[in-house]
Write a protein that binds this ligand. Structure first.
Ligand code: PEP
Length: 256
């Protein structure tokens, strides 16, 4: 059975105060979930220590980005090794905001995926098409290209076990933070297509968790999560509202 994951990406939001209020609540409300969901919080790196302390192992923690280098004179960057050392379990790689505002390329995404795996952490690699690409019928081709390029180093790795630490998040760019969500049918179709690409790359596709992200809210999560190839969600805005985030975590059908 694939891992079911609901991950909250706080982006550049949050504070010590929010961490105190939100993480304790999420920990107590999701600690007894019977639907097998792994809850992950991905705060700004400065708050990772606080979130880890408050999560008390009941909630996994990740960082939103790491540098393309192992260590050294790269002012402002943090490394995958540091994220591991701090106690994180996940690293978001190639979020569309990193691609859009920081010019991150598929090649850089691949380098980061490689460093994340080498550190022993799991990479949540984000892919997704723009509105223009969707409207011109290019969505599947664009996303397939991102999957192949971003995971190229995993294919090259001699050890096939590297795939165990890969999660792919499909996040159509036009749905992120806009209130527009892909329909459950469209999201399912893209997830099935991504699984087909992974299969073609020689990955154990049936074992790799695929998350959907893009304006997931308490009122649309149930429909998305009941699709067969959607194994969880990457949640932005709604992850900052404790009750909404907890509701989303609960929307997986129990034991399915
Ligand atoms: C995200 O940040 O990955 C995201 C999906 O944001 P939102 O849920 O706000 O659209």
């Amino acid at each position: 059975m694939r891992r079911r994951i609901v991950a909250g990406n706080w982006k550049m939001n949050g504070s010590k105060d929010l961490s105190e209020k939100l993480v304790g609540y999420v920990r107590s409300e999701t600690g007894s979930l019977d639907n097998g969901v792994e809850v992950v919080i991905i705060p700004p790196a400065l708050y990772v220590g606080d979130v880890l302390r408050l999560a008390q192992d009941a909630v996994s923690v990740g960082v939103q980005n790491v540098g393309r280098w192992q260590s050294g004179a790269y002012t402002g960057e943090i490394s995958a090794e540091m994220a591991k050392d701090a106690g994180c379990r996940y690293v978001l790689v190639g979020h569309s905001e990193r691609r859009q505002f920081f010019g991150e390329t598929d090649e850089q995404v691949a380098e980061k995926v490689s460093l994340v795996l080498a550190s022993g952490l799991a990479a949540i690699m984000c892919v997704g098409e723009s509105l223009e690409e969707r409207e011109s019928g290019q969505a599947e081709t664009v996303v397939a290209g991102q999957v192949r390029a971003g995971l190229a180093s995993v294919v090259r790795a001699a050890d096939g076990r590297a795939w165990q630490n890969i999660v792919v998040a499909y996040e159509p760019v036009w749905a992120i933070g806009t209130g527009k969500t892909a329909t459950a049918d469209d999201a399912q179709a893209m997830h099935a297509s991504i699984r087909g690409v992974l299969e073609d790359m020689g990955a154990p596709a049936e074992k790799i968790s695929l998350l959907y992200g893009g304006s997931v809210k308490a009122d649309n999560a149930a429909a998305l999560f009941s699709e067969p190839d959607i194994d969880g969600g990457l949640i932005g805005g709604a992850s900052l509202v404790a009750e909404d985030f907890v509701s989303i975590c609960r929307y997986f059908p129990a034991g399915a």
